[in-house]
Ligand binder design. Structure first.
Ligand SMILES: NC(=O)c1ccc[n+]([C@@H]2O[C@H](COP(=O)([O-])OP(=O)(O)OC[C@H]3O[C@@H](n4cnc5c(N)ncnc54)[C@H](O)[C@@H]3O)[C@@H](O)[C@H]2O)c1
Length: 285
């Protein structure tokens, strides 16, 4: 979403506040940064992709919003610390963080996943969330509290086969989120996880048309999510409209999660991943 929302549509408690969004150069992160800005918050857009991050800032500025880009590799402690300091230096405070940057490995059986790939997925998806909260929370406490949304995934609640690193990292995000939520519940900081179902962002565009069609058949709403729909949930979780919510892992998935077990059936999986049932060698359910 670009542009300011009308007063009647405004979520409460976001005006003039300061938000960090990681992975803000594209997809869900860009949509969240734009939605925060549309709700009147000032936004620090963080990403390793400088061009995309600056484009997000341009889009926000073009609509009269306030944003700044800070190049950040979220898996590097010093860069995450610098990202948080940029928010405070630039805007004087930090109220919200959407720790959202993430990557997925190529589909492979766990026996075929290289250790380097495993480490990278864990660092970018999970360690980043620890690093983010480690530096964000002390700054939020200085002004009485705040709210954090960590992007997990539907795969953080139920794993897919052939994505063990991704599923493991996202289960980790849910666990870290809940631990932090308990730790800071009485100190004015709420921490929730967003668990997107399949959402039409860059990575998904590499899927074949038939794979998309097949996957959408299994989603009760019959379609993928849009980045703006994930952004709406993330920003709402930060708003005062969600003031009694903490420690949640919120699926935003068109009703998909409850049907996930079906995707384990060899017939369906083999079509989606273009493998024969023999190559898959999964047990019948
Ligand atoms: N799209 C989906 O279907 C889906 C489903 C479930 C969860 N998610 C999660 O949503 C989040 C956003 O993904 P997306 O779908 O918008 O994909 P995306 O690829 O459009 O966005 C990911 C962003 O993270 C950035 N990034 C990657 N590594 C980084 C690093 N080390 N430091 C800083 N930035 C880095 C990329 O440059 C990119 O801008 C991810 O955590 C992803 O796992 C997406």
């Amino acid at each position: 979403m670009v542009g300011r929302v009308s007063d009647s549509d405004t979520m409460r408690g976001l005006e003039e506040k300061v938000a960090i969004v990681t992975g803000a150069a594209s997809g869900i992160g860009r949509a969240t940064a734009e939605r925060f800005a549309a709700e009147g918050a000032r936004v620090v857009c963080a990403d390793i992709d400088e061009e995309g991050g600056c484009e997000t800032v341009r889009r926000i500025s073009g609509e009269g919003g306030e944003a700044t880009f800070v190049r950040t590799d979220v898996s590097k402690a010093s860069q995450v610390e610098a990202m948080v300091e940029t928010a405070v230096d630039e805007y004087g405070r930090l109220d919200f963080a959407h720790n959202n940057a993430g990557i997925a490995e190529e589909e492979a059986a766990i026996t075929d996943v290289d250790e380097d790939v495993w480490d990278e997925v864990m660092d970018v998806n999970m360690k980043s969330v620890y690093l983010g909260m480690k530096h964000e929370i002390p700054r939020m406490l200085e002004t009485g509290g705040g709210a954090i949304v960590n992007t997990a995934s539907k795969a953080g609640l139920k794993p897919y086969p052939f994505n063990a690193a991704y599923a493991g990292s996202k289960h980790g995000v849910v666990g870290i989120t809940r631990a932090a939520a308990y730790e800071f519940a009485r100190k004015g900081i709420r921490v929730n996880a967003l668990c997107p179902g399949i959402t039409a962002t860059g990575g998904i565009s590499k899927w074949s048309e038939s794979a998309v069609e097949e996957v959408c058949k299994g989603i009760p709403m019959g379609r993928m999510g849009r980045p703006e729909e994930q952004a709406g949930a993330a920003v709402w979780l930060c708003s005062d409209d969600a003031s009694y919510m903490t420690g949640h892992a919120l699926p935003v998935d068109g009703g998909d999660l409850r049907k996930l077990h079906r995707e384990y059936k060899p017939g369906r999986i083999s079509e989606v991943f273009d493998l024969s049932d023999e190559e898959l060698d999964l047990p019948d359910q």
